[in-house]
Design a binder for this molecule. Structure first.
Ligand SMILES: NC(=O)c1ccc[n+]([C@@H]2O[C@H](COP(=O)([O-])OP(=O)(O)OC[C@H]3O[C@@H](n4cnc5c(N)ncnc54)[C@H](O)[C@@H]3O)[C@@H](O)[C@H]2O)c1
Length: 474
């Protein structure tokens, strides 16, 4: 741990928050905390980011400790906050878990994955999360606040974390109930408003005890604008954990529902986006989703499965069916193959065809490639004989495929199709006629990336166009 940065702050004040896990959530959370100021303009917290002593963990901690945000991000506020935290000495990061012993507040932001074995129901891959909780239990100060931000199967905070903390404290000869435990889930949105999506957004939380709930509310109110975005307290941590996975399941289900309508629109020769925009005029239907390229990222691909896992493995409710949630995950997982099939139809097969894949991150204007639909698309298209060249304005290394991606847009000549997969800002402002020159590959808009003006410019030069969710292209 970079002690020097922490010891630059006077005495033991302000309180020390340790953020365990410096991924896409934890690293941004460190900056939200380090930027928090009280009414006199003084820092509310000293912040210590804690990572695993692995090459990835060391790299993330070292970068953050040096005053930089460890991920490529569109939001300039992150770089500014990281530099400011470094300059004022409010933030340090490292890999020595002994820092946990000094923390007044510990925020858990390590991942918790789902395993989907072929011959058994999905289960939570808890080992890393549990190891992190045990590290806390071995070292935490009595009565420190522990906030679980990790997305967990409902029941985890009260039935798994609380007993581990009690056991750890008792083993050290301390009262087994000397902890304040809460669940307060993240709705952070990596993208142009990454940092503000933590500090200026509604937050739900619940305490394992009354005292924990009150202490957690006080903690959240110091770095979140709770006047404009009031906190929502739920009556138990199981309810708060359920809120997180249910809100992500709702989104996953409504996206999955659009896949069949997209295929219908393509076959019927209509524009489903026009249809959806008309329906959205009804306030009750204003957030209807649209068809697209696929659902990636770390959350919607796994969170809907946590309900069944919780019922079976944590809450002892046996096998409960969640057909909507499970179907949604299954449909969303194969969505990129719909684009593969459609392009093959338009090009008359994929064998020997060259495809330019525009966008490899899971969402527009983010650099996170985990569970991205582009990876599934690339693998499926290459299995059918195509050669796929990926491009992305924000991603230089694509770790899941072991590929390095060039910054410059490739020359379009020689490609049979350009697949607009991710709605990055750089693609939404691309001047197609200037870039294409004399080349006329199929432009395949898989994700409603193209604006009406871009479509018109393509039509004007006679470029062939096809789209997911639209059967009205030429
Ligand atoms: N990514 C998002 O947009 C998002 C949004 C809302 C909620 N969430 C949830 O937040 C949680 C974290 O997500 P993420 O995207 O930041 O994950 P991530 O995988 O990017 O980061 C987790 C980090 O925790 C570290 N870690 C693991 N065990 C540790 C330990 N014992 N001590 C210290 N560090 C440890 C890992 O090395 C890793 O860097 C997940 O539960 C996720 O579902 C994510």
């Amino acid at each position: 741990m970079a002690e020097t940065a922490i010891s630059r702050l006077p005495s033991d004040r302000p309180p020390l928050v340790c953020v365990q896990g410096l991924g896409f959530v934890g690293a941004a959370m460190c900056l939200a905390l380090a930027s928090a100021r009280d009414a006199t303009g003084a820092p509310c917290y000293r912040v210590a980011g804690l990572e695993l002593d692995t090459p990835l963990g060391r790299e993330r901690a070292t970068v953050l400790d040096s005053g930089r945000f460890p991920f490529a991000a569109m939001d300039p506020a992150l770089a500014e906050a990281a530099a400011a935290a470094h300059a004022t000495g409010t933030l340090a990061a490292g890999t020595d878990p002994e820092i946990l012993a000094r923390a007044d507040v510990i925020v858990v932001n390590v991942g918790l994955d789902v395993e989907t074995p072929e011959d058994a129901p999905p289960r939570a891959a808890m080992a890393g999360f549990l190891a992190g909780v045990r590290e806390i239990a071995r070292r935490m100060r009595p009565n420190a606040l522990v906030v679980i931000e990790t997305t967990v199967p409902p029941g985890t905070t009260s039935r798994v974390v609380a007993p581990l903390l009690a056991e750890g404290l008792a083993a050290r000869g301390l009262p087994a109930d000397a902890f304040l435990l809460a669940h307060a889930y993240e709705r952070v949105m990596p993208g142009p408003d990454y940092l503000r999506s933590i500090t200026h957004f509604w937050r739900c939380y619940a305490g394992h005890t009354e005292a924990a709930a009150a202490t957690c509310a006080d903690f959240l109110a110091r770095f979140i604008d709770t006047v404009a975005f009031p906190l929502t307290r739920l009556s138990s941590t199981v309810a708060s954990e359920t809120a997180k996975i249910m809100e992500n399941s709702y989104r996953a289900v409504t996206i999955a529902m659009m896949e069949e309508w997209g295929r219908f629109a393509e076959a019927a020769g209509i524009d489903l986006f026009e249809v959806i925009d008309a329906i959205r005029m009804r306030p009750t239907h204003a957030n209807m989703r649209t068809p697209g390229f696929g659902v990636g990222g770390y959350c919607l691909t796994k969170d809907p499965l946590f309900a069944g896992i919780a019922a079976r493995d944590i809450l002892g409710l046996g096998d409960m069916a969640f057909p909507f949630a499970e179907q949604a995950v299954a449909i969303n997982a194969v969505m990129p193959l719909v684009s593969v099939t459609r392009i093959a139809e338009v090009l008359g097969g994929l064998d020997g065809k060259r495809l330019l894949l525009m966008g490899v991150s899971y969402r527009g204007d983010v650099a996170d490639t985990r569970s991205s639909a582009s990876a599934d698309f690339l693998r499926a298209a290459e299995a059918r004989g195509a050669t796929v060249t990926p491009h992305d304005p924000l991603v230089r290394e694509w770790p899941e495929l072991g590929l390095t991606i060039a910054v410059a847009l490739p020359d379009p000549a020689g490609f049979d199709a350009v697949v607009m997969a991710v709605d990055h800002r750089a693609y939404r402002s691309l001047d197609f006629p200037a870039w294409l020159g004399a080349a006329r590959p199929l432009i395949f808009d898989a994700n409603r990336v193209l604006s009406a003006a871009q479509r018109a410019s393509l039509a004007a030069i006679g470029a062939p166009l096809a789209s997911i969710g639209r059967g009205d292209d030429r």
